[in-house]
Write a protein that binds this ligand. Structure first.
Ligand code: CUA
Length: 434
């Protein structure tokens, strides 16, 4: 009766839906029947002015009692029956099922095939062949959910669980984590590609990506990781300040720490900072911003990242600058012809505001710019604010003096980095974000 379920892409999907539909339809039928009768009688036999009859005392009706006990009991037993039959089918693994190991981790899904092929955030399986996903977790409880296949199972640290099904249609389907597992839970997504048997064989034995990786220098692999693992959001390569220190000329630098001591940014310091970011925070930067990468990056990955950071010694930048010079000049010419809001948008990207302030209302390190202008709210000191020109300008120049409630005082000051007309451009841009 109610057709709200997703596509049926596994062999038993329609059976699961049948149980679901039966329960839904029966429930709706009885709700309408019972509540309908209740409302009808309440209205039909309501007390009218002038009526003085007493309601007669009714002692019960054995026939009715039997009917309304037996009918729901039979329905319940039937629901249990179709439930058990379907559940048993869902949990029975075919002997020739393809086995894929799935490891859940905050916040990604890793897949490993029997021949050693590994993928992240994407699994590929052949159509019309039973498959068994063996689930494990490296940290907390996650849950592996593929709606189109009608399978869902927790991935629990310290034990193995599984789902099994036979896909009956090629296509790409969503995999969700459906157990709240922390900040990145909603982003813990993956794709399930169901392809023809021939396509699967070709894909499974194609190791060109691995070969490519093997041919890369450590620094190149590090650059890959820098972009893929999200370092890029907070650490610039050009010396500009974002949430964390820039990687430019970082290696070998003496850094003053928040506790007053000093440390040299060598291999060990960088490794420690990746695995346990709060151990030694550089002075002037907020603690508790960087997530720990313990368990997310292998020793190889960390060595590659260190090689990449070493390569940011300033020479590379000079090369890039030479190449991109004509472009930079072009931009300058353009600037004059842009509207203030358009210039503000450019600044928003160039100054790195976008690392911490979204444009779509989502929460990053700082408040979103969407609908910011004119917004009212509370500051951490309990006073209230209205986001007008004056407030925004002040927030750019002295961010920590008026922090919105619920946010960390993480923003660096832009005093001396933006002039008044640039700040006005940014404000004009923010005004356009209704
Ligand atoms: Cu993993 Cu939610």
């Amino acid at each position: 009766m109610f057709n709200y379920l997703p596509e049926q892409a596994s062999e038993f999907a329609y059976k699961v839906d049948r149980v679901n539909q039966f329960i839904t339809n029966t429930s709706v039928f009885f709700i309408v029947l019972i509540c309908g009768a209740m409302l009808y009688f309440a209205f039909r036999y309501r007390k009218r002015p002038g009526e003085t009859d007493e309601t007669p005392r009714i002692e019960g009706n054995n026939y009715l009692e039997v009917v309304w006990t037996a009918v729901p009991a039979i329905i319940s037993i039937y629901v249990m029956y179709i439930g058990i039959v379907t559940f048993r089918e869902m949990r029975t693994v075919e002997p020739d099922a393809l086995e894929v190991n799935v490891t859940a981790q905050k916040w990604k899904w890793d897949f490993e095939y029997q021949n050693g092929k590994k993928t992240t955030a994407e699994a590929t399986i052949p159509v019309d062949k039973p498959v068994k996903f063996i689930l494990a977790s490296r940290d907390v409880i996650h849950s592996f959910f593929v709606p189109a296949m009608r399978v869902k199972m927790d991935a629990v640290p310290g034990m193995y669980t599984y789902v099994t099904f036979k896909p009956i249609k090629t296509g790409t389907y969503n995999i969700f984590c459906t157990e709240y597992c922390g900040t990145g839970h909603s982003a813990m997504l993956a794709k399930l590609r169901v392809v023809s048997e021939a396509e699967f064989e070709r894909w499974l034995n194609d190791n060109s990506e691995e070969l490519l990786k093997a041919q890369m220098s450590p620094a190149e692999r590090g650059e890959n990781l820098y972009n893929k693992s999200g370092c890029v959001a907070c650490h610039s390569l050009d010396g500009s300040r974002r949430v964390g220190p820039s990687f430019l000329k970082l290696f070998g630098k003496k850094e003053a720490l928040a506790d007053g001591s000093e440390v040299t940014a060598d291999e060990n310091y960088i490794k420690e900072s990746i695995l346990n970011p709060n151990a030694k925070v550089v002075k002037g930067f907020p603690p508790n911003q960087m997530p720990a990468f313990e368990g997310q990056l292998t020793d190889d990955d960390i060595s590659a990242l260190i090689a990449f950071i070493k390569a940011q010694d300033g020479t590379r930048k000079a090369e890039e600058k030479k190449e991109s010079k004509p472009q930079a000049e072009e931009k300058k010419v353009d600037l004059a012809s842009l509207s203030p809001a358009e210039r503000g948008k450019l600044l928003f990207q160039e100054m790195g505001c976008n690392a911490c302030h979204s444009l779509d209302g989502s929460r990053l390190v700082g408040p979103s710019f969407k609908g910011l202008f004119g917004r009212n709210g509370k500051l951490t000191d309990g006073s209230s604010y209205t986001a007008d020109e004056k407030y925004i300008k002040h927030s750019i120049l002295e961010p920590t003096s008026q922090v919105v409630e619920g946010y960390p005082p993480a923003m660096p000051t832009f005093k001396g980095r933006l002039n008044d007309s640039q700040i006005n451009d940014l404000i004009e841009f923010i005004k356009t974000l209704k």
